[in-house]
Unconditional design. Structure first.
Length: 326
């Protein structure tokens, strides 16, 4: 579609996307079914910690953005999961993610869930579903990542990195867009608030990120705070819905704070509880619906991955209440 016809907040599904999603689903399942033993998550399998937090909607949210979760200032119970994208060794290049699950009371039944899935790189490495399918096919065939970076997938450069600081000191981006009010936004989560102690240095350990969380939150009993802001889509051509390799650089608008409380981080019961939760951009209130082809693919791929994982582990997915105690 010609750029002149693009409208902000609107999706433009490319021809052939449905077929590409079905191929991606089949290939993704094939890869994970081939792995021995109980299934791990298809994405971000290494869990550093699952943490209790408070999600507080700001008092000064702009009127046009006062919808859904952000309709009024109030506090919600939240659960935060930190993870690695692929490998178990924190000293190697990795994608690091922060998943925030806000529990929204819904009368007398279980709460509704609003997930924010953010990672430590501002853009995604694939433009659309076909592009990510080609990447997965190439890696299965053994094509080196540097070769893909130099040819078909240049945005994969820097997508994985070695962590040099605690996860509580990192910035995270949604990479993909979401609806908000009459428009579209991308989320950015940045460390904020007063610092009441020194930064936690990382050890040369495969589990150094988990160890840093335990050091600060458990041993030193120091919490952490993040701001959740949005970059609104202001230009449909330079800030496209359907190409998440393009960074949105509009002025950020702060909508909420996330306060992670001092707590014990390594209780097996708490980690098992968080591990059995479902995390997906499609755990969403209607007002914050995921947008774009990568998110459309995620819906089905994540559902397949979750079903396979719970089948192989023999454990049912958990619906949190916010009243769990460990």
């Amino acid at each position: 579609m010609a750029n002149a016809t693009l409208e902000t907040g609107k999706e433009y599904v490319p021809e052939g996307e449905s077929a590409a999603i079905e191929q991606l689903r089949a290939l993704h399942l094939q890869v994970h079914q081939a792995k021995p033993g109980p299934g791990l998550r298809g994405e971000h399998p290494k869990q550093h910690a699952g943490l209790w937090a408070t999600f507080r909607v700001a008092d000064d949210v702009p009127g046009s953005m006062r919808v859904g979760l952000f309709a009024a200032p109030r506090s919600y119970t939240a659960i935060v999961r930190f993870s690695n994208g692929r490998g178990p060794d924190d000293t190697k290049p990795e994608v690091h993610a922060m998943a925030i699950k806000v529990l929204v009371p819904d009368g007398t039944g279980p709460p509704r869930m609003q997930d924010f899935i953010v990672a430590d790189h501002s853009v995604f490495f694939a433009q659309n579903v076909q592009h990510i399918l080609e990447f997965l096919v190439a890696t299965i065939k053994g094509t080196p990542i540097p070769q893909l970076a130099a040819t078909t997938h240049p945005k994969v450069i820097g997508f994985s990195s070695v962590a040099t600081r605690s996860l509580l000191d990192m910035t995270f981006w949604s990479q993909t867009p979401y609806t908000l009010g009459e428009g579209a936004v991308k989320y950015v989560v940045t460390p904020s608030g007063p610092t009441d102690g020194p930064a936690i240095p990382l050890a040369s350990s495969p589990d150094c990120l988990r160890e840093a969380l335990i050091e600060q939150l458990t041993f030193q009993k120091r919490g952490a705070q993040f701001d959740l802001s949005v970059n609104p889509q202001t230009d449909a051509k330079t800030m496209p819905i359907e190409d998440p390799t393009e960074e949105w650089i509009s002025a950020p608008v702060r909508l909420a704070t996330i306060s992670i409380h001092p707590q014990k981080c390594d209780a097996p019961e708490q980690q098992a509880f968080v591990e059995n939760l479902s995390w997906t951009p499609w755990n969403s209130l209607p007002e914050h619906r995921p947008l774009g082809g990568i998110n459309r693919a995620r819906k089905l791929v994540y559902e397949d991955s979750s079903a396979l994982r719970h089948k192989t582990t023999g454990k049912s997915p958990i619906v949190p209440t916010g009243r769990e105690w460990f």
